[in-house]
Each structure stands twice: as structure tokens, then as C-alpha cells.
Write a protein of this length. Structure first.
Length: 255
């Protein structure tokens, strides 16, 4: 592990992944780039949205007989809300991603996909076979990654568009095709594969305490009256929400 003092505020920042180049100061959100002997301030990351997730940087768990620790996070936003992708480090210095969305958890690691389909052509329900596993396209979408936290294996530079297709099998195997770098002209299509598991199966330790979860849930909720009809509106996706539709009069509102 490589520990440095943040050049902006002095708070300790850890680089636990030996090959990692970027991390975000947990105190002031300064983005740090690791050099041979020190770190350099290269900007500031957006603060992650408060949420009721029980996970946090430093949470540890088990996956298929291997131990891991959460060392980073990204948050992606869509019109109907946001979700977390947790960057994990296994004890053998390999990495993966733990996806958390609406109480469902999947853990995937980098893999190879032969002849990935075009993003525009991929259809829900379509079958994609890789390494003898027949996946079904369960979800396809576009989102915006808007916030970063902790240590990451890429430069957290502003926000970026996320293009993805989520795959699964009837045996709870999971996979994701990530078209983001390809769409941006910055790299190939990426493929991640793994499995869906129940929360308890990960045997998590060092979770957030219950009081902290309640406080974060309250921070992510706000209420107001529709300016057109006076109806009560509650936003549960917090400060990252940009618009909503009043359920009473159908008015589209900018937030």
C-alpha cells in the first residue's frame, strides 16, 4: 500500500492497488494522480450522492472463496434515479466491480467477448453466447457517470456517458458489455462477467452503521409542491436529479 498526504488538505490518501494511478481524497474530493515518488493534484471530483447503501469504501467481503475490499466507487444517473458501481480489490491484486441497484447485487471481473454486437443493434431478449454460456440481454441503456470516490483504475475526469448492456442467465450468472470507451473513441468494447448473489452471500464486514444509513437516506430525499397544481412531490434521487414529472397534473419540471 502507498500512502500520501493530500496536497490540498493534508488528509491521508491510500493507494491499495499496486498499479493504480488515480484516487480521490476522502476529505476534499481532490483528484490525485500518482507519480513515481509522490502525487499530483489534477482537479476535483463531484461529491457522490448520499444514499442508504450499507456499503462504503473499506467494506470487505467474500466472493467464490476469494476475499476482497471496496476501494472506489462511481455513481451513474438516469432520469429515474442513480446507482452505485463499487470498485473492488481482491487479495491477489486483481480487480472487479460490485454493482448495487435497487437492492440487487452482482460482482463481475474483466473478461473477453468475441465479436461484440453493435450497441445500436443489440435487442432486449437477444441471446449472446460466450465461453459456452448463453446470456440473455436483460437491460440496455445510456446513463451519465457523474461522481467518483476513492481509488479507481481510470482517470475520474469530470463526467462521461455510459453505454451498456446487462446480460444474465437463468442460473443467476451476470455480465455487462460496456461500450463507453468505444463510443468515445478511447478504446475497445469491454466485457465483464460474474454472478448475481444475495447480500448475505458476500459475508460483508465493515459496513455502514444503521444511524449513518438513515441520515444518508434523509439527505437524498427532498419534497416540494408542484408550481402548477400544488401537488406534493417527493424526489428520492437527491441532488443529482435534474427533472421530474408531476404525478397529479403531468407537468414536466426542471429541478
Amino acid at each position: 500500500m502507498f500512502r500520501v498526504a493530500c496536497p490540498s488538505c493534508g488528509h491521508p490518501v491510500d493507494f491499495k492497488l499496486e498499479s493504480s494511478l488515480y484516487s480521490t481524497c476522502p476529505s476534499c474530493q481532490t483528484v490525485l494522480m500518482r507519480t513515481d515518488l509522490d502525487v499530483r493534484n489534477i482537479g476535483r471530483a463531484a461529491i457522490v450522492q448520499s444514499d442508504p447503501s450499507p456499503l462504503k469504501i473499506g467494506t470487505r467481503g467474500q466472493f467464490q472463496g476469494r476475499s476482497f475490499e471496496i476501494i472506489g466507487r462511481t455513481q451513474a444517473i438516469q432520469p429515474d434515479g442513480f446507482w452505485n458501481e463499487w470498485f473492488i480489490l481482491f487479495s491477489d491484486q486483481t480487480t472487479g466491480w460490485l454493482s448495487e441497484s435497487i437492492g440487487e447485487y452482482s460482482l463481475t471481473v474483466p473478461g473477453t467477448l468475441d465479436n461484440p454486437p453493435d450497441f445500436e443493434a443489440i435487442k432486449l431478449g437477444q441471446t449472446i453466447t460466450q465461453d459456452g454460456v448463453e446470456y440473455i440481454v436483460a437491460n440496455k441503456g445510456q446513463a451519465e457517470v457523474v461522481a467518483f470516490e476513492g481509488e479507481l483504475n481510470f482517470k475520474p475526469d469530470g463526467s462521461y456517458d455510459l453505454y451498456y448492456a446487462d446480460l444474465r442467465t437463468y442460473r443467476n450468472l451476470a455480465a455487462t458489455i460496456d461500450y463507453s470507451n468505444f463510443k468515445a473513441g478511447e478504446g475497445p468494447v469491454e466485457f465483464f462477467y460474474g454472478t448475481y448473489q444475495e447480500f448475505e452471500e458476500f459475508q460483508f464486514t465493515n459496513l455502514r452503521d444503521e444511524e449513518d444509513i438513515i441520515q444518508r437516506e434523509n439527505l437524498g430525499t427532498r419534497s416540494f409542491n408542484c408550481p402548477h397544481c400544488g401537488g406534493d412531490i417527493t424526489i428520492r434521487s437527491g441532488v443529482n436529479a435534474r427533472s421530474c414529472v408531476c404525478e397529479y397534473c403531468g407537468s414536466a419540471l426542471d429541478l
